[in-house]
Design a protein around this ligand. Structure first.
Ligand SMILES: [Zn+2]
Length: 125
């Protein structure tokens, strides 16, 4: 019988520009995570899984981040500015889940916009 750790799953499916479909899962602070669910999140996390491979119930685990890291809008190239500020023409851009994986694990800017909107909706709700 499966052991139910989290009371609910917060999941979204995102297709990247390269056509790879990812399953993203939010782990709220205080919830269990990790391969054997032995870890407890100290802050809200989001995990990225590649759905092409069923290594876990969600797919192949690729990467996890603090939600606040992905939502951080301070521009590294323009200290003191946030994306979209006057004086900074940058946007959030995409996300490279693994620099060794090439195009497959690149989440393009349009897909990341959806991811960030989803994170804000779920986390701030
Ligand atoms: Zn900038």
């Amino acid at each position: 019988m499966p052991l139910l750790i989290n009371t609910h799953e917060v999941i979204i499916l995102i297709t990247s520009e390269s056509g790879v479909r990812f399953r993203l899962r939010i782990v709220r602070a205080g919830e269990a995570y990790g391969r054997t669910n032995a870890l407890t999140a100290d802050r809200d996390l989001v995990e990225f899984y590649d759905t092409r491979y069923d290594h876990t119930e969600f797919g192949q685990f690729v990467q996890r981040y603090y939600v606040e890291t992905l939502l951080d809008d301070r521009c590294p190239a323009h200290p003191g500015y946030r994306y979209g500020d006057e004086g900074c023409r940058h946007g959030f851009g995409g996300l490279n889940l693994d620099t060794n994986a090439g195009e497959d694990w690149w989440i393009d800017p349009a897909a990341m916009d959806v991811v960030r909107a989803w994170l804000r909706l779920e986390i701030e709700r």
